[in-house]
Structures are given as C-alpha cells and as structure tokens.
Design a binder for this molecule. Structure first.
Ligand code: SAM
Length: 335
C-alpha cells in the first residue's frame, strides 16, 4: 500500500464515507473542452480487474458506504460494466447510479436496468449538433439522444441531465434544455465550470448559478434552492407552474465554483487503478489496488479508514477553487 502525500492528517471524520464514486475506467470516447485537452492525453496503466472491483466494492460497504455511483472516464466503455452493476446490486445498497455521456447507452440501457441500476445521469451540454461536436471535440449528438431514448424506455427510477454551462457557448440554451428535459420527465441540472483540469483554463467563461437562475426566473418558483437528502451538492428549484403534479418538474444547480460545498461532504472516490481519493479537488490518495487484488474486503475497509483520515477539513478547504484543483484530471478521479 502506498500512501500518497496527505493534505492534513487528522482524526477520521465522525462519519464514515457514505457515498462513493467508482471510476470504472479512465478511458473516454469524448474530449469535452472543460475536461481534457484532447483524446490523447494518456491513460492509467494499472486498472483493476473485475474480481478486484468486487473486493473493492465489498470492502467499501464494510466501511459504511451506502450509495454507489459508477463514473469515469466513460463507465460504459468498460467491458464488464453490466456485471459490476449486477454485483453491486447484491450488496443491499441504498442507491446505485451511473453517470454517462450516453454514447453507448442505447446498447446498454436495458441490461443495466435489469442488472439493478436505479438511476442514470446523462452529461449533455447542448441540443445543437454542431455545438455538441465542438464542446466534446467530435461527439455525435444523435447517438447520445438515442441513448437517452433507450434509458427512458428502460424505465429507470430517475434520469437527470447534467449540463456544464460555458459562457459564449451554450449559455443561451438553458431554457431549451429545461423544456426538452421536462417534456421527457428528465431532471435538468446546470453545473458551473469547475477550476479542475482544463476547466482551470476557462475561468473567464464561468456562468455563476445565480446568473443561470436569473435567466430561468420566468420558469422557476421563488424561494431558496434546496438540496435533496443524500443526493450530493445540487440544489433544486421547482417549476413556477406545475403542470404534472407537485414536485415533478425542477431544475438543479451545482455551484462547484461560486459556492463550494465541502462542509459535510461524505463522498469518497475510487480511481480506475484502485486509488482511494477522499477529495475531488486534489490528487492526494491512498493506493489500494494491490489490496483489492488480494481479495480481502476487510483490508479494503481498513484502507478506506486510512484514506478518509486525509479528507480535507470542509470548514477551511474550498474544494475546486483551491489552486491544487487545476492539476486534477476529472476523467482520472471519477468526476
Ligand atoms: N463520462 C461520463 C460523463 O460524461 O458523464 C462520466 C465522467 S465525467 C468526468 C463526469 C461529469 O464531470 C460530467 O457531467 C462532466 O460534464 C463533468 N465535468 C468534467 N469536467 C468538469 C469541469 N471542469 N467543470 C464542471 N464539470 C465538469
């Protein structure tokens, strides 16, 4: 086990990590302009095999994890993604979700649902094919839309759309994205560009959530945006005119830049090589790949405790606005 440099050694936070993001693979078939510089920016050499992932998952549950999200990289590029979901489905979790760019969702949606996946987040920044191609450096919008249709047909408990808002690119599209999502029973969410990786080069293109909200004011109810219990940092506003029953139509905002949300963060990340990473905004982590390969879930649980001790103190740590964040690869850490 190799412990990478730590941020601030301190006693384990009172609560164990309850939520984990597993970066099944750091491979991705897109190169979004705020995420990575191009498609040839290098990949991890030492990725976990399927049995090691199973040990990892069992150990995480022993350590107190109750909610798992598969991400990446692009998780649907992993050849065993359905098998991993099926295994996770046997662990009695409170939530099992996946974040995807949806390029392969059409072929996998039904099998994932049948394997026990409950919720899907689709990352989709624009409904304009040319803009989509530009923002993803070559992606095809029609393929993604077919993936969304397949997810709708598969009957997941919930589908959310995540759109990163980039000034001068898709910031005039917010209303179109909201209406398109609501028509399909999808929950749209808008993300500020975070100063992570390539995002750190786009500081002048950030649209703050307050501005997004102002642009959508005619669609949204007044009042404070509210977080959902155990569902991460997004805060939601409901529709001003509720057409389909109370609470169904809402819009989420994720303020990774204007209002960091580190206090109370209960999230751990596991990179594709088995590194346990207690914070999105730093490269610090504890290498647990060899432990996972050894097959001992209780040793993973102990490693999780060790890694969790290095969780930055959310009272002082300002997440993605810390200078360290610029050197983090979202794709590598499991964004
Ligand atoms: N490939 C999957 C996908 O596209 O959803 C999962 C991995 S991707 C890194 C996860 C999320 O991180 C996506 O919604 C993406 O838009 C978001 N993301 C990446 N870099 C970001 C940045 N600098 N600021 C805000 N969000 C970012």
């Amino acid at each position: 086990m190799v412990a990478l440099p730590v941020l601030q050694s301190r006693p384990s936070p009172a609560t164990p990590p309850r939520s984990v993001r597993l970066s099944l693979t750091d491979r991705c078939d897109l190169a979004c302009v705020y995420c990575r510089p191009d498609r040839r920016d290098g990949y991890l050499e030492d990725r976990l095999e399927i049995d090691a992932w199973k040990t990892m998952a069992s150990g995480l549950v022993r350590a107190g994890v109750r909610r798992v999200r598969l991400t990446g990289g692009e998780p649907l590029l992993h050849p065993a993604v359905v098998e991993v979901v099926g295994f996770l489905g046997t662990l009695g979790l409170d939530d099992l979700a996946l974040t995807t760019n949806a390029t392969r969702l059409e072929r996998h949606a039904r099998a994932l649902r049948e394997a026990g996946l409950r919720r899907v987040n689709v990352s989709l920044d624009t409904l304009d094919p040319a803009r989509f191609r530009r923002m993803t450096r070559g992606g095809k919008l029609d393929v993604v839309l077919s993936g969304v249709d397949a997810a709708l047909a598969a009957g997941f408990d919930e589908i959310k759309l995540n759109a990163v808002v980039l000034r001068g690119e898709n910031d005039a599209e917010l209303e179109d994205i909201v209406r398109w999502s609501w028509e399909r029973g999808i929950v749209p969410r808008f993300l500020e560009v975070m100063h992570i990786g390539e995002g750190a080069k786009l500081k002048d293109r950030v649209v703050r959530a307050s501005e997004m909200r102002a642009r959508l004011a005619h669609l949204l109810a007044n009042g404070d945006a509210v977080a959902e219990a155990d569902r991460g940092p997004a805060k939601y506003l409901f529709a001003r005119h509720e057409a389909d029953g109370p609470g169904r139509r809402k819009v989420g905002f994720i303020t990774g830049t204007s209002d960091t949300y580190c206090k109370g963060c209960d999230r751990l990340r596991v990179a594709a090589d088995g590194t346990l990473r207690p914070c999105l905004a730093t490269n610090d982590g504890l290498s647990a790949g060899q432990i996972a390969r050894g097959g001992d879930a209780s040793a993973i649980a102990a490693a999780v405790d060790d890694a969790w001790r290095n969780k930055p103190d959310g009272d002082v740590w300002k997440g993605c606005t810390e200078p360290d964040a610029a050197s983090v690869s979202m794709r590598g850490i499991g964004g």
